[in-house]
Structures are given as structure tokens and as C-alpha cells.
Design a protein. Structure first.
Length: 180
């Protein structure tokens, strides 16, 4: 877990020293935390089959970065689990293969329940026979340690449809701590 810096309380006639400024309550650690807050970005490098009319979590197999042990590809590849509590900005996108009917959605679920966090869903209708990308809007979510988020796919093509992972367009999911 990243250590959220606690500002130092100064007392009258206290002198500034390098130990005070560089210690755990000093300016250095606070600035380092603010410059690189806890966050993670994951992607899926291969296609994944999404059944018709079924909410399906995307299983991620690569990390672009993870500075707080948020993603565990071995035990929970679809989850990004909060380690440092706070408010997180999160977003994701899912490229779908060619399909001619129905809708395509990308949603964000919190703790694996419901149909999506309010404001986290984006629905698009399938254009006739074209591949497309469904993306969530960027949303802010309050998380406690142990809460987890998942990017899930939903489509109604009439049969299974795969995500794509071609031309550097992958299913991608990211979260970054924005505040307490």
C-alpha cells in the first residue's frame, strides 16, 4: 500500500533541517506521492469471446504500469483491487469484432455486483458490418482497501462476438487515485 503523506505540524521556533524536510512527514515524500499517485493500466493482448446478452468481465494479461499492486494477473486477471483507499478516476474501452446487429457496451462494475456504476456505461448501436470500440466515460469512484473494479463487456449480436486485439487497439482499463 502506498503511504498517504501526513503533513507535518510545525511548532514555534522550530528550525528547518534536511531530516525534517526529507522525512516521512516532509515535503519530499508528499511531493513524490502527488507526482505518482497509486494507479494501474492493464490491457488484453488477445481476443476474448463475449457471449450474447451476457455481462462478461474482460480478463487482462498485460500491465502498462502498476505502482501499488492493484492488478494480480495470476489470481484475479479481470480485477483492479484498491490497496490505498481514496477516490479513483477510472475508464476503459473494448474494441469489438465485426458484427451486424445489436448493441455493444463497456461498463465498469464495483465489487462484481450490479449492471455498472452509475455513469460508467456507454452504449452504441452496431453499424452494418463494422468493427467498433465501446468506451466508458472517465468516472470518479470512492474505493476502500479491498474494493475492486472490473471492466465488463455486453453485446447483443445474436451470438458470441469477440473483442479484438489488432493494430495496437486492445481492451484497456485504467484507474488512478485522484484524492482522499
Amino acid at each position: 500500500m502506498a503511504t498517504v503523506p501526513v503533513p507535518r505540524t510545525w511548532v514555534p521556533n522550530e528550525f528547518v533541517t534536511d531530516t525534517i524536510m526529507n522525512g516521512s512527514t516532509g515535503i519530499r515524500d508528499a511531493m513524490n506521492f502527488l507526482l505518482d499517485p497509486p494507479g494501474c493500466q492493464v490491457l488484453r493482448s488477445t481476443a476474448q469471446s463475449i457471449p450474447n446478452a451476457t455481462i462478461t468481465a474482460i480478463s487482462f494479461d498485460q500491465e502498462d504500469f502498476d505502482n501499488d499492486n492493484i492488478h494480480n494477473p495470476a489470481s484475479n486477471p479481470s480485477r483492479m483491487t484498491c490497496v490505498t483507499p481514496g477516490r479513483y478516476l477510472c475508464a476503459g474501452s473494448i474494441p469489438y469484432d465485426v458484427g451486424t446487429t445489436g448493441v455493444r457496451e463497456a461498463r465498469i462494475l464495483k465489487n462484481g455486483v450490479g449492471t455498472g456504476i452509475n455513469g460508467s456505461r456507454y452504449l452504441i448501436s452496431a453499424p452494418g458490418g463494422a468493427a467498433m470500440v465501446a468506451s466508458t466515460p472517465v468516472i470518479e469512484v470512492a474505493l476502500l482497501a479491498g474494493d475492486f473494479l472490473e471492466l465488463v463487456a455486453f453485446q447483443t449480436n445474436g451470438g458470441a462476438l469477440t473483442t479484438t486485439a489488432i493494430n495496437s487497439v486492445f481492451p484497456i482499463f485504467r484507474m488512478r487515485r485522484a484524492g482522499p
